[in-house]
Design a protein around this ligand. Structure first.
Ligand SMILES: [Fe+2]
Ligand SMILES: [Fe+2]
Length: 437
């Protein structure tokens, strides 16, 4: 097989530049959003320009959530940009996801304190609307689910799986869709082709906490992972959770599948990936959007993205935490918190606010390569804090551990979320299975 390279861009959530996007109603919506919305035309243009500069890589894969919330005009604006990339020699393969079609009256623009309805994109029109980006020249197509297989090069195929499911609670592959997918994997292997997949929803929970969030993975992720992996699929690219993560799963039969989830193109840290497939490896490199033409209030792009993320978490903590607990976090440094709960924190971190650390720990889960591994001062402080809190966490373990195995040991659960020993969420080399070739 000749080496091939492609870019992965996920969750661009384009919001067309023609829409109104100022005022109280917009601010209220955007403050609870990790991703940027008003800024998307500028960020996407900058990101696409970065990608277009690489003349050696002519493919881009986009696993869904192309627009903000199903606005028809956002699809028009986004597709125009894809056609421009095509003029620059790029081939684009995409699937759509749940933010790409309208549900009753959802698409809006924003003016002062009002949400004004705008025309939405019906789901049934998406396939033809984007036919030039994977569907039209597919080797095989599962039209009912808007899934297809594309021949990317001599010897490499892409299994592009839409996972809208029932467009309600079930996010996954229908029985006949999965049967078709398994057949496609077999056909590819019989023809000595390497085949990998992309879906919008992550196949695998990428952090212990993601086991507890239904929206963070395919509804029946474990069965699907088993079936795909046992059929010989070993690599899948996903998005949706707006997180950078590389996660693997091994079936009882010993077959491994790796889920490479890419963070949102327009949300902290605005990451995308370049993947090179060789005979036996998938080499993954990650990049971020470096700058974009927008009033960033004196911040660098990186600072701006982090600021957007932080205020979202801050707002969520306001909503979730009881007021006294929030006050405590807002005012307490780690030193004070340590004093209160009788544990010592390292001098290098004692003046940091507990609240800021809390926000950073959440942000790190999404940014990936979580840094607080064993022997770092934050890890040690967390370990001591958890020890002090054990009388309380023990009750949670007892109550909830049976139903949710990840909660049967809260200390391990938390500590494994703040530090990732493998540090491979950005750049890594994965071995890929070439028994089929
Ligand atoms: Fe999504
Ligand atoms: Fe998304």
């Amino acid at each position: 097989m000749k080496n091939i390279s492609f870019y992965l861009v996920t969750d661009p959530h384009y919001y067309d530049s023609s829409f109104k996007r100022t005022g109280k109603a917009y601010e209220e919506r955007s403050i609870t959003d990790q991703k940027c919305v008003a800024e998307t035309p500028a960020i996407i243009d900058a990101g696409f320009a970065q990608i277009a500069k690489d003349k050696d890589t002519d493919m881009i894969l986009i696993p869904g959530d192309l627009v903000y919330r199903g606005e028809y005009q956002s699809h028009v604006g986004f597709r125009d940009r894809l056609y421009k990339l095509r003029e620059q020699g790029k081939r684009i393969y995409l699937i759509t996801a749940r933010h790409d079609y309208c549900e009753d009256g959802e698409p809006v623009e924003f003016e002062d304190d009002k949400l004004l309805p705008v025309k939405g994109m019906p789901r049934a029109e998406l396939r033809d609307f984007y036919k030039d980006f994977g569907f039209a020249d597919a080797v095989s197509e599962h039209k009912e689910s808007m899934s297809y297989v594309a021949q990317l090069s001599d010897g490499v195929r892409l299994l592009a799986l839409n996972c809208d499911g029932d467009c309600k609670d079930f996010k996954g592959l229908w029985e006949n869709q999965l049967a078709w997918a398994l057949e496609q994997i077999k056909e590819a292997h019989d023809a000595r082709q390497y085949i990998f997949a992309m879906t919008h929803y992550p196949l695998l929970p990428f952090s212990p906490i993601m086991h507890l969030i239904g929206d963070a993975h395919l509804t029946d992720w474990e069965q699907t992972a088993q079936k795909l992996a046992d059929a010989g699929l070993d690599l899948i690219f996903t998005g949706h959770m707006h997180a950078q993560a590389v996660t693997e799963y091994t079936t009882e039969k010993g077959n491994r599948i790796t889920d490479v989830q890419t963070g949102c193109f327009v949300g902290c840290p605005c990451a995308y990936r370049k993947v090179t497939l060789t005979d036996s490896t998938a080499e993954i490199q990650s990049y971020t959007v470096q700058d974009f033409a927008y009033d960033k209030q004196g911040k660098t792009a990186k600072e701006y993205f982090a600021w957007r993320f932080n205020r979202m978490i801050d707002r969520k903590m306001d909503e979730i935490l009881p007021k006294p607990a929030k006050k405590l976090l807002d005012k307490f440094t780690l030193k004070k918190l340590g004093r209160l709960l009788c544990f010592r924190v390292d001098k290098s971190i004692e003046n940091r606010l507990a609240k800021d650390i809390g926000i950073e720990l959440v942000r790190n889960i999404f940014i990936g390569n979580e840094p607080y591994v064993k022997d770092t001062p934050i890890y040690e402080a967390m370990q001591k804090l958890l020890k002090r809190l054990h009388p309380v966490t023990h009750i949670v373990e007892k109550k909830m551990g049976a139903k949710n195995p990840v909660l049967s040991d809260i200390d391990t659960f938390i500590l494994s979320m703040i530090g990732d020993e493998r540090q491979r969420d950005y750049d890594t080399v994965l071995e890929i299975n070439h028994h089929c070739r």
